[in-house]
Structure formats: C-alpha cells, structure tokens
Design a binder for this molecule. Structure first.
Ligand SMILES: [Mg+2]
Length: 298
C-alpha cells in the first residue's frame, strides 16, 4: 500500500515550515530525489519508444507526482485501485502524464512490462490516458475538468463522512478553461478543505508562453479572491519544497480548499526543449535521449 503519515522534525511550534528538511513523512528527501531522477529517465525512454507522446509537458510535474506517490501523502492500494478508502489523485493535464506510467508500474498498479507497449495496439497505455489504466481516476484528454470532478469527489467524500483527500494536478494553460473557475467557486462555497489542487505552473501552454496567450496575472491572488487557501512553491522541482507545501495543506485549518502553485520548467533538463515556447508539440531526437541517459548532456 502506498502509505501516508505525518512525519516529525519539519515543523516548528507554530506549524510553520522549516525548509531544510531531510525527510518527508519518514521518507528521505534524497530517496525522493533519486526516484525523481529515475522517473525522468524512464519518461525519456517511453518517449523514445513512442515519439507521439507529449514529453515536454510530462517532464515538468515529475517531482509533484513523486512526492505525492512516494512521499507518504496518498493512501492507495495498488492491488485494489478502486479501494473505497483511497485518497483520490486526478491528473487533469492528461497530455502531461506520461511520467505517471513508470510511477504506477513501479508501485504495482500494473506490470512494469506494460511500459514496453506504450501507444502500441492493444496497450492500455496511450498518449492520452483514461481510467482503463489502473490508478487513473478520470478521463484526462479534454482539459479543464479535473478540478470540477475533484470538487465533486471531495463533496461526496465529505457527505459520506470520509476523511480522504482529493488531489488534482492541473496545468497552468489548462486554467484558461472557464470550467476550472466554476469549480473553484463551487469548492469554496462548499468549504471543500479536503481538496488540494496543485498547479504545474510551467508558464507555457500549447502555443507559447501562457502570459502571452492569456495571462493569469497574480494567480495566487486570484485563488485567494475565490476563497481558497493558496501557497506558491518557487522551485517546483524541489521535492522538499513540494512536500513542505503539502504538509502545510494538511495542517491548514482554514476550512478552505487549498492550492499549491508550483513553478516548474516545461521540458525540464532537456537542452532545446526546456522552456522552449513550442515544446508542447516537439519530440526529442532519439540520439539526444541516448546521450542524456548516458549522462552526456546535449
Ligand atoms: Mg503549462
């Protein structure tokens, strides 16, 4: 079972985060960093096998998912993915969830052998995922729905007297969809403090920098104006910082839904792809992947 528990040694008496942490929920930060490196490499390997997959969008949320799944935040049972007592995790930016496949396989949601078949006929691992994949809660192809579905789940859990949490990972460009803001109003109205949204804020959407398409301007302030408890993580590739923000959410007694805006880099650590305006639709040359996996850089 993917377990969850509050650790010790990272809080002061006022429940303010002490950032120089070595462990999250009893898991060594170094172990999480090593896992994130492994997921980064496996994601590149998957993309080399299936160049149609959206790789740049999958390289920015790796540390977010690693902390959620390996850092003791999600109660889930890989051998019973629909276990009623599970915390829910919705990957709303479906096009960027290629990095989830090695994580779910590694945790035992499905065989690691399935990774060899990504995007092949007969495989349930497609370029855009859906709930046929063990561990996936929702269809993710149409953007802007994760927050609404997550809010509904959070309300349902509350009404059944359950204490599980619902985590939703969205893209920043995805927040252009108005349906998100309906869901944000709804969640605040109903005091869904069991809902945590994590924005993979790589600041690039499909056709260029998000700010140049439709700027979010002061995204944290917008969430707060909508009645949310909001916090920002300056380096969304720091597992310690993401973990600290998640623990802050767990200790937040404001009664509000919570959001973490994690500033990430699209195409993280791939020369020519990182922060490139059109990286969303760019494939990585297989030779470059080989060099990166060999630790040679560009
Ligand atoms: Mg983006």
């Amino acid at each position: 079972m993917v377990s969850c528990g509050l650790g010790s040694g990272i809080w002061d008496s006022g429940f303010r985060t002490i950032m120089s942490v070595s462990k999250l929920n009893g898991v060594a930060v170094e172990q999480l960093e090593n896992k994130a490196q492994w997921v980064w490499e496996e994601t590149l390997k998957l993309h080399k096998r299936s160049q149609e997959t959206r790789v740049a969008s999958s390289l920015s949320p790796i540390e977010i998912f690693v902390v959620l799944y390996y850092g003791g935040f999600l109660h889930q049972d890989p051998h019973n993915p629909r276990w009623d007592g599970r915390d829910r995790c919705i990957i709303s930016k479906g096009h960027g969830s290629l990095c989830m496949y090695p994580i779910l396989a590694d945790l035992g949601f499905f065989s690691i052998d399935e990774l060899e078949k990504v995007c092949q006929e007969g495989s349930f691992l497609g370029g855009i995922p859906d709930p046929i994949i063990p561990g996936y809660e929702t269809v993710n192809g149409s953007l802007g729905h994760g927050a609404g579905v997550g809010a509904g789940m959070a309300l349902g859990l509350k009404r059944r007297g359950k204490d599980q949490a619902v985590y939703v990972v969205t893209g920043d460009g995805e927040l252009h969809e108005g349906s998100n803001w309906e869901a944000f109003m709804f969640a605040a109205q109903h005091g869904l403090d069991n809902l945590v949204i994590i924005v993979d804020n790589n600041q690039i959407c499909m056709l260029g920098p998000t700010d140049e398409i439709v700027s979010h301007r002061n995204l944290k302030g917008k969430f707060e104006a909508f009645g949310w408890s909001a916090r920002e993580v300056a380096d969304g590739h720091s597992v310690a910082a993401i973990g600290a923000a998640l623990i802050e959410c767990q200790h937040d007694r404001s009664g509000k839904p919570k959001v973490i805006i994690a500033n990430t880099r699209k195409g993280n650590r791939v020369p020519g792809l990182e922060n490139a305006p059109l990286s969303h639709v760019t494939a990585i040359n297989p030779d470059l992947i080989d060099r990166l996996l060999a630790g040679e850089g560009a």
